[in-house]
Design a protein around this ligand. Structure first.
Ligand code: 5GP
Length: 181
C-alpha cells in the first residue's frame, strides 16, 4: 500500500481556497485584456501542476479557447528543484501566428519558464505569447525571468495543493499549504 510520509494534519494553509478563487478570476480578466477581443487563444496547460489553476482560469475567459496539454517534470520526488528538466510530452498543434497563453503552477528557479518561453518563441512562432503562473518564488530564482502575470508571490517554501504535489499526493486540495520544517 502506498502512503505519504507527510501527514495532512501537519499541513499549514498558506493560501485559502477563497483567496485563490478570487485571484484566479482577477488574473483571467487581466490576461484576457492583452489578447485581441474575440480571437482564439491557445491555452497551454503545463501538467501536472498547473491542471487545477488552468481549468479554473479558462472558466472566466470570454474569447474562444483551444486547450492543449504538455508535460514537463523538474522535481521528481524531491522538494528542491533538481535542475534536471524532463520534457515528457510536448506534442502540440501548429501554433504559428496564434495567440498562445502558457499556464504554469509556480516559477521557482526559472529554468522551466525559460525553457518553455524559448521553445515557444523559436519553434512555434506565435503571434502573441503570454506566460502566467499562479505562484512566484522570486527569492529562489537562478536565472532572470519573470512571468507576464502571476497570482501570488511566496517565500522559498515547498508548497502543495491546488495541483501541486508532494510525491504525487495532495494535488486535490483546493488550497495551498506547506509542511513546517
Ligand atoms: P523551476 O524550473 O522554476 O525551478 O520549477 C518549476 C517547477 O518545479 C514547477 O512547475 C513545479 O512543478 C515544481 N515546483 C517548484 N516549486 C515547487 C513547490 O513549492 N511545490 C511543488 N509541489 N512543486 C514545485
Amino acid at each position: 500500500m502506498l502512503t505519504c510520509d507527510k501527514n495532512i494534519k501537519d499541513l499549514k494553509v498558506l493560501i485559502s481556497e477563497e483567496e485563490i478563487q478570487k485571484k484566479v478570476k482577477l488574473l483571467a480578466e487581466d490576461i484576457e485584456k492583452v489578447f485581441p477581443k474575440g480571437e482564439d487563444i491557445y491555452v497551454i496547460c503545463v501538467l501536472k501542476g498547473s491542471s487545477m489553476f488552468c481549468i479554473d482560469l479558462i472558466k472566466h475567459f470570454k474569447n474562444p479557447i483551444q486547450l492543449e496539454f504538455i508535460r514537463i517534470s523538474s522535481y521528481g520526488h524531491e522538494t528542491k528543484s533538481t535542475n534536471n528538466l524532463q520534457a515528457i510530452d510536448l506534442t502540440l498543434p501548429n501554433l504559428n501566428e496564434k495567440n498562445v497563453l502558457i499556464v504554469e503552477d509556480i516559477i521557482d528557479t526559472g529554468l522551466t519558464a525559460r525553457f518553455l518561453t524559448d521553445l515557444f518563441k523559436i519553434k512555434h512562432l506565435p503571434k502573441k505569447l503570454v506566460f502566467t503562473s499562479l505562484l512566484n518564488k522570486k527569492c529562489a530564482r537562478q536565472i532572470e525571468i519573470e512571468p507576464d502575470f502571476y497570482g501570488f508571490e511566496i517565500d522559498d517554501k515547498f508548497v502543495v495543493g491546488y495541483g501541486l504535489d508532494y510525491k504525487g499526493y495532495y494535488r486535490n486540495l483546493p488550497y495551498i499549504g506547506y509542511f513546517p520544517q
